[in-house]
Design a binder for this molecule. Structure first.
Ligand code: NAP
Length: 242
């Protein structure tokens, strides 16, 4: 028997033009799935999608309209990878209502809306994979990422709760929590080589992760072989959380 194949499955990967989302889309395609990627910047998205052989749709998942556009373009979706940009850093006591709302819309409500839009089809077909990209900060809050800490914890427990409802329909709901991964997001948060050095010294693997290393966990959770894993958080962090 061939392991880990996804022929005949259709996937939607949001935040799929760069970093972890793009690497996940590429892995799903390599396993045989038909993949649609969504993001806001058309030029970057189109170039990235063409390079890996994905379909693409310009969509902002922080809005109901953007979610609807992404789901419509993807068609019947067997695998949902809910992913987008992370909230900006701030002191917890200084986050304003607008920033809380933006984090809620982009990180939490996007996942709920996307899941709601694809769930009926998945349940009807008795097969589905809902995977959200969160962060190692869910269990270990970063002092400078209050919105991310809160919203990703919400996503995690939302999917754990949804897993209880839909498990008997062959739908699994999991999160993949990256540690420090070498993407544009990480570069934006750690501007100097000294910042990067300080961080890697504290990671047991002594390096940042690669987007493909997080993508591999996402791709595994999408396969038939992961059918008995649900409501779980899979950490990909080079041992940071130890
Ligand atoms: N890299 C790390 O070290 C790390 C660690 C822990 C957690 N994470 C989390 O993992 C996720 C992916 O991170 P990454 O490093 O791969 O980020 P990235 O390289 O900045 O890529 C983010 C992707 O999301 C898209 N995006 C952003 N906002 C969007 C929106 N509202 N609607 C649709 N697409 C949107 C971006 O394209 P457009 O801007 O064109 O829309 C891009 O394709 C983020 O939530 C991040 O916070 C990352």
């Amino acid at each position: 028997m061939t392991l880990f194949r996804l022929e005949g499955k259709r996937a939607l990967v949001t935040g799929g033009s760069k970093g972890i989302g793009l690497a996940a889309a590429h892995d799903l395609i390599r396993l045989g799935a038909r993949v649609t990627v969504a993001a806001r910047d058309e030029q970057t998205l189109r170039t990235a999608a063409d390079a890996i052989g994905a379909r693409w749709v310009v969509a902002d998942v922080s809005t109901a309209r953007g979610v609807a556009a992404a789901v419509e373009a993807a068609g019947e979706t067997d695998i949902l990878v809910s992913n987008a940009g992370g909230p900006p850093p701030a002191k917890p006591s200084e986050v304003g209502e607008e920033a809380w709302q933006a984090g809620y819309d982009t990180t939490f409500l996007s996942t709920v809306r996307l899941a709601n839009a694809v769930l009926a089809g998945m349940r009807g077909r008795k097969w589905g994979r809902i995977i959200a990209v969160t962060s190692l900060t869910v269990g270990r809050p970063s002092p400078t990422l209050p919105v991310s800490n809160a919203m990703r914890a919400a996503v995690t427990n939302y999917l754990r709760t949804l897993a209880l409802e839909v498990g008997s329909d062959g739908v699994t709901c999991n999160t993949v929590a990256p540690g420090y991964t070498a993407t544009d997001r990480l570069k934006a948060l750690n501007r100097t080589p000294a910042d990067a050095e300080k961080l890697t010294a504290r990671i047991p693997a002594r390096r940042f992760g690669q987007p493909g290393e997080v993508a591999a966990a996402i791709a595994f959770l999408a396969t038939n072989e992961a059918a008995y894993m649900t409501g779980q958080e899979l950490l990909v962090d080079g041992g940071w959380s130890i």
